[in-house]
Design a protein around this ligand. Structure first.
Ligand SMILES: [Cu+2]
Length: 166
């Protein structure tokens, strides 16, 4: 009886051993997978970090400063109506269409426009909205601009001057 019990115990122990080995192998595999995933993530992070400096390298190239000019288009004038910039400058006109002078006018004529012919600029300026127009002032001179959308009796008076200096 005792010998049998011993044998049974031995079999039990062998089974436990086998289970342990399997568990160990599974742990090893899980560990390997973790290491693999970890290194892929780390590699991606490093590559990303490396790609950022290269972006800033790109930005280090001499960048054109932007000359931002805020304007309003009202009934019936642009404010300011004379814009003076330097040749070669990137000009950013930020124009808001308002109705401070004639509050009821938008009911009939809701839009203005701006047309600077020599610079191929022609934009509609919807009431209450802000339109951003960007261009490079590459031509020297005085360029007339005017409202390009009929906006009532004073429409013809709505004009101004873009002066591009050397
Ligand atoms: Cu107009």
């Amino acid at each position: 009886m005792r010998a049998r019990a011993r044998k049974k115990m031995k079999v039990e122990m062998a089974k436990t051993e086998k289970r342990r080995t399997v568990a160990f192998a599974l742990l090893m595999i899980a560990g390997l997978i973790l290491i693999l995933v970890g290194s892929v993530l780390a590699y991606t992070a490093i590559v990303r970090q490396r790609s950022f400096p290269s972006h800033s390298d790109f930005n280090e190239e001499p960048q054109q400063p932007v000359n931002g000019i805020s304007m309003t288009a009202d009934y019936w004038s642009f404010e300011p109506s004379t814009i003076t910039v330097k040749k070669g400058e990137t000009v950013r006109l930020v124009i808001t269409s308002v109705s401070n002078m004639m509050p009821m006018m938008p009911l009939m004529f809701p839009d203005h426009g701006i047309d600077i012919e020599e610079y191929d600029i022609d934009y509609t300026l919807p009431m209450g909205e802000t339109v951003t127009i960007e261009f490079v002032a590459d031509k020297i001179g005085e360029f007339h601009f005017h409202c390009s959308v009929y906006c009532g009796i004073g429409h013809e008076d709505m004009h101004g001057e873009l002066i591009v200096e050397e």
